[in-house]
Design a protein around this ligand. Structure first.
Ligand code: HEM
Length: 415
């Protein structure tokens, strides 16, 4: 048994706030260790990264999610009692529900909705002096996500609802007023969706069978009971919110097209395979989710290090996607690295790792990739635009990160 490298001191939450995405990678580097102990939010925490660590983290015998997410995250990003907080058979049963919404056919329907929305929005952009892509794409995705999930929404609600959904993921690392904005948004949205779940159950609202609203309204747990309306609403929001959050990757996609002309030329001349490699590289290269959290399920020893039951453990997603032992020149944007990528579920983990059904890997990874592919096609082949001077820098500290200007375009024309 070896002592784990340890960051001394009472608490390092402030360092985490100061260093953001680089908090764990900086210490993995300075300790020369893929694992170290620290204290965060007043508690002992183990931080780890890299492929081996990811494999360990997704071992259900060793880690659980119950009690892992901090309250502030439950009150904004996740919601209470959702799939993220479940373990074992209860998790698997709920996750099967999620994955049943991800059929090839249903994803295709989502993409058809997206293309239609995108094209009619481009027509509107043609008449605008400038377009703030991030805000506009959130609205497009809000329309698409609600329609796809079976949630009725009026055109005049789109602006305010897309802001509310946005603040769920924009506020997650915030302290002070923005955190409270996130909490208020969650209360408003949940109240709205709970009402719809009740209407579906009372047959006051007709719902289409293959939608998230219908499925979660009628989903039964392992004892055969319907979910509490609150929990059903949290899960419907677990579908709509992250679809809208793809706007962050779309902003980075537009940035990459702008900043890497060589890659842009290849997108114009090569086929779908290159588009896919490009998207994978966007998801690897740019910061989005910094980490995921779990707790040690029972005492065990790994590589000579002791893990005590209950210890908070954080897996470094950003750092694993930039790990020099996995990726050559990780700081280089290079889609070609994916041409011969081995496809391990533990080395490329922008949306978590491991298995979809038995583990917590993101339920929406296929949707994310398909949405990004469709958007690349729109940006490259179906519209022209100019990118004026602006501050395109993005931070590795504030979360979620995005270009400071939120990517402004002008002189838009559909082609
Ligand atoms: C879980 C990232 C899009 C639904 C996760 C996790 C990450 C993640 C890091 C946690 C993995 C873990 O706990 O081990 C992302 C990113 C997205 C995205 C960066 C890009 C916008 C989506 C979409 C959907 C979705 C589009 C649904 C349509 C979920 C759900 C979970 C999840 C339901 C919880 C899974 C579970 O606990 O079993 N996502 N996600 N995500 N994601 Fe995503």
């Amino acid at each position: 048994v070896n002592p784990m490298p340890k960051e001394e001191g009472l608490d390092h939450t402030l360092s985490f706030a100061r260093e953001g995405y680089m908090y764990i990678p900086n210490r993995r580097h300075s300790f020369n260790s893929n694992i170290f102990e620290t204290r965060l939010l007043g508690k002992k925490a183990i931080c780890m990264g890299g492929k081996e660590a990811a494999e360990l983290f997704y071992d259900n015998e060793k880690f659980m999610r119950q009690g892992a997410a901090p309250n502030r995250v439950l009150q904004t990003l996740f919601g209470a009692k959702g799939v993220q907080t479940l373990d074992g058979t209860e998790h698997k049963h709920r996750k099967e529900m999620f994955m049943s919404l991800m059929s090839h056919e249903r994803i295709e329907q989502l993409i058809i909705l997206l293309r239609k929305e995108w094209e009619s929005t481009v027509t509107r952009w043609e008449g605008m002096n400038e377009v703030v892509l991030y805000e506009e794409v959130k609205e497009i995705l809000c329309r698409v996500a609600c329609e796809w999930a079976g949630v009725p929404i009026q055109e005049d609600e789109i602006k305010s609802r897309s802001k509310e959904f946005g603040s769920l993921f924009e506020s997650v690392a915030a302290i002070g007023p923005n955190h409270w904005l996130g909490r208020t948004a969650r209360n408003n949205i949940e109240k709205w969706i709970i009402g719809l779940v009740e209407e579906v159950r009372n047959q006051e609202l007709e719902s289409t069978e293959n939608t998230a609203l219908h499925q979660f309204s009628w989903h039964r747990d392992l004892e055969g009971n319907l979910l509490d309306a609150e929990v059903a609403a949290v899960e419907v929001v677990n579908i709509i919110r992250p679809i809208i959050a793809i706007s962050i990757f779309i902003n980075f996609t537009a940035l990459a097209i702008h900043q890497f002309p060589e890659a842009k030329a290849k997108l114009q001349s090569s086929g779908e395979k290159y588009t896919e490699m490009f998207i994978q590289e966007v998801r690897r290269f740019y910061p989005f989710f910094p980490l995921v959290a779990a707790r040690v399920k029972k005492d065990f020893i790994w590589n000579g290090y002791t893990f005590d039951a209950g210890t908070l453990t954080l897996l470094d997603l950003y750092g694993t996607n930039h790990d020099p032992t996995i990726w050559d020149n990780p700081g280089l944007f290079n889609p070609d690295r994916f041409s011969e990528w081995e496809g391990s579920p533990f080395s490329f983990i922008p949306q978590g790792g491991g298995d979809y059904l038995t583990g917590h890997r993101c339920a929406g990874e296929w949707i994310t990739v398909e949405v990004m592919k469709a958007v690349v096609d729109q940006l490259i082949n179906r519209m022209e635009y100019n990118v004026p001077e602006q501050d395109l820098s993005f931070s590795l500290v504030s979360m979620p990160s995005m270009p400071a200007s939120k990517f402004v375009i002008n002189h838009v024309k559909s082609t």
